[in-house]
Design a protein around this ligand. Structure first.
Ligand code: ADP
Ligand code: MG
Length: 332
């Protein structure tokens, strides 16, 4: 199968929202009046972001999920995406599964594949996604990293640290009961982008980011770009590791011995969570709860934004804990 047959077979579909989809030199996307385009790219490299043994259906899901997560963090509604793909060879079974996983998530978010590029080379997947945010009275409604205010509550969505636990099991540094591994593995391989929550938080949250490199590292971006500091109650985050309750209920089995310090570290610096971390005024607590409810997404308050710069970690008694957590950086 040649390049053009491959594109036609796996990636070309009737355009829906786009004025012009796959097949010409450019795709055409009509932006609605009174909106801005939100644009983001993410690249997934074999051996770096995924293991060569991963199920291609799940890889297709994850490649788009990490991009949708960026739109979610901006409070943008997904519109369309492009797919740049390097493939070592044409493997039809792989392409079948990959495109199914990818397009199923795309359809679930009404986000259309409108173009891309296909070339031979080491497996590499790069998606650029386009979303839209309203502009009201000249003001963009996008959620930014730079909007956190002293006194804001700090919240996180969903669960934390499970992807990291799965990675440790894959690396062979840890052994846990099968149901614990399966739960953690699905969080690692098929993250849920919090698009509905991001949309519901427009006009409520002051700042937001999605957690890809670990909670504390990504919180650092909010603090730096907002010129504020924060206190995080560590165990409120550590309690959000979904695998933890499963582990502690299986006394005597491998995994039930994992120390509190380890759960804390995975929750705070595990990475690959794709949850939203956001701040909102104390007066907006009811509105945050409503946004969580309407988007059917769990939201947990884990700390507070403060005027003095820097990050302070405390236990449930308010006692200071050391911050020895480093977040993920490709070049360090
Ligand atoms: P060009 O050479 O003009 O850049 P290509 O021949 O690479 O165009 O691609 C032909 C058409 O197929 C274009 O519309 C392009 O956007 C689309 N396309 C190429 N690869 C993909 C892909 N992996 N997924 C979706 N569309 C693709
Ligand atoms: Mg061209």
């Amino acid at each position: 199968m040649g390049e053009f047959d491959l594109i036609k077979r796996y990636f070309k579909r009737e355009p829906r929202r786009a004025a012009l989809g796959v097949g010409d030199d450019c795709a055409l996307l009509q932006s609605a009046p009174g909106t801005q385009l939100a644009i983001s790219s993410d690249m997934l490299v074999e051996g770096r972001h995924f293991l060569s043994t991963v199920d291609p259906r799940k890889l297709g899901h994850k490649a788009l999920a990490v991009n949708l997560s960026d739109l979610a963090a901006c409070g943008a509604r997904p519109l369309a995406f492009t797919l740049a793909l390097a493939l070592p060879r044409v493997d039809e079974a792989w392409l079948d599964a990959f495109s199914e996983g990818l397009l199923a998530l795309a359809d679930a978010h009404d986000c259309e594949l409108i173009g891309g590029d296909t070339t031979q080379g080491p497996l590499n997947i790069c998606i650029t996604i386009f979303g839209e945010v309203p502009v009201l009275e000249g003001k963009s409604q996008a959620l930014l990293r730079s909007g956190a205010k002293p006194g804001d509550d700090l919240y996180v969505s969903g669960t934390l640290g499970d992807a990291r636990l799965a990675l440790e099991v894959f690396r062979g540094t840890l052994s846990v009961p099968a149901p614990v591994f399966e739960l953690a593995r699905s969080r690692m391989e098929q993250p849920t982008p919090r698009v509905a929550l991001g949309l519901a938080l427009r006009g409520i949250a002051n700042a937001a980011i999605d957690i890809s490199d670990g909670l504390l590292g990504d919180l650092g971006h909010i603090l730096q770009q907002s010129g504020v500091g924060a206190t995080v109650e560590v165990d409120l985050a550590a309690n959000r590791v979904a695998a933890r309750s499963l582990c502690t209920s299986s006394a005597g089995l491998p995994g039930s011995q994992i120390a509190l310090e380890q759960w804390r570290s995975w929750a705070l610096a595990g990475g690959d969570d794709y949850e939203l971390l956001f701040t909102a005024p104390v007066a907006a607590r009811d509105l945050v709860a409503k946004a969580a409810q309407s988007s059917q997404t769990a939201v947990t308050r884990i700390g507070r934004i403060e005027q003095p710069s820097g990050l302070r970690l405390v236990d449930s008694q308010g006692q200071a804990l050391p911050d020895n957590h480093t977040s993920f950086d490709h070049f360090t």
